[in-house]
Design a binder for this molecule. Structure first.
Ligand SMILES: C[S@@+](CC[C@H](N)C(=O)[O-])C[C@H]1O[C@@H](n2cnc3c(N)ncnc32)[C@H](O)[C@@H]1O
Length: 340
């Protein structure tokens, strides 16, 4: 963008609103002298500076699309900043139009405004995205069983329309529909969300990132003693299904409610519809590279602590290369729980 400065001769009038709603027009002392208006293009409009005969800047502001401003009469221009307004009076019609037209160009020369911002008031958009940025609002929608289950049915019963497709979920909110698209076999899902919910949506993770089949550790609550839950050692051997960096381990649980009539399962697996438990991710201190077919083994030690939680010790190694990594984490740390 050109950074040349345009200069005009102007006089400056401050416009003040009195308490009765009337207006006072005051020419300050400096503005009775000849004044020079400098107009400099900025990324988002123009910077205006009014300089007096001594080279002192007596007024300065930026004018962009959001600035309240308009032509007044034949050759004056009014700018309102907060509760104050100033009137720039140009010496000639010609000077006024040179200024007026360049200002239009400076305002229009920025990045094109999106269709959304052209059609939406800023205050409305702010309120709208604040609303959808609340987890409770997304939860409210997700818990509407009729709504969410119908979306899921519509997607899963038409899985052929999703299988191996690239899906764009615009306004994904929590990411629940993206999740259904993955369940229906989508190859890739781009989930777009404008509110701050996007930082959570990222964390509803996609089973595609898992590099191996899961390893099971079972606790039989009909037989386990309390002490068995104080320290649990979970050995694992993962056979790597796709080469890449192993960043950590993902944990979730399934519960079987074994009744006399029926066994009912509750699953929090990433391959099942999302629950409020999400899944837990534990990152390794250092990611480890592993190739398809190699084995990634080690153990996870869960040790009950006095903070009503578990300390998690992870020790892991790529067996074929001997590369090792691990971590020590606190299960209670909410950041670590679902949006590390
Ligand atoms: C009614 S909610 C639906 C959320 C989710 N798709 C679901 O079914 O649970 C609409 C979501 O779209 C987002 N949204 C609206 N306009 C958007 C835009 N222009 N760009 C990105 N996200 C937008 C909102 O922030 C909100 O989270």
């Amino acid at each position: 963008m050109a950074t040349s400065v345009q200069e005009h001769s102007v006089s400056l009038v401050f416009v003040k609103e009195d308490q009765k709603g009337g207006f006072q027009f005051c020419n300050s002392l400096e503005s009775q002298q000849p004044l020079k208006l400098e107009v400099k293009a900025e990324e988002e409009g123009a910077e205006l500076r009014v300089i007096d005969g001594n080279g002192v800047c007596v007024f300065k502001c930026s004018v962009n699309r959001e600035t309240e401003s308009c032509r007044v009469g034949k050759q004056a221009f009014l700018i309102t900043v907060g509760f104050s307004s100033v009137l720039l009076q140009f010496k000639s019609l010609n000077e006024f139009f040179t200024f007026y037209n360049s200002l239009k160009i400076f305002k229009g020369s920025n990045k094109a405004r999106s269709a959304f911002s052209q059609r939406t008031e800023d205050a409305s958009a702010a309120q709208y995205f604040q609303f959808y940025g609340c987890l409770s609002q997304q939860q409210n929608m997700m818990q509407d069983y009729i709504r969410t289950a119908t979306y899921q049915r519509a997607i899963l019963q038409n899985h052929v329309d999703f299988n191996d497709k690239v899906v764009l979920d615009v306004g994904c909110g929590s990411g629940i529909l993206s999740f259904f698209a993955v369940q229906a076999g989508a190859r890739k899902v781009y989930a777009v969300e404008a509110s701050s919910m996007s930082k959570y949506a990222e964390d509803t993770f996609d089973v595609v990132i898992l590099m191996a089949r899961s390893v099971k550790y079972t606790v039989n609550f009909l037989e386990a003693k309390e002490d068995d839950l104080h320290r649990m050692e979970i050995p694992f051997v993962f056979r790597i299904l796709q080469s890449g960096l192993v960043h950590g381990l993902a944990f979730w649980f399934d519960v079987a409610f074994v009744g006399s009539q029926k066994t009912v399962w509750l699953s929090t697996s990433p391959a099942e519809p999302l629950t409020h438990w999400y899944q837990v991710r534990c990152l390794l201190q250092t990611p480890l590279f592993a190739k398809e077919g190699e084995t990634f083994s080690g153990k996870v030690l869960l040790v009950a602590n006095k903070r009503q939680s578990y300390d998690i010790h992870i020790m892991a190694m790529v067996d074929q290369t001997g590369f090792k990594s691990g971590n020590l984490l606190d299960l209670k740390n909410p950041f670590f729980s679902f949006y590390e």
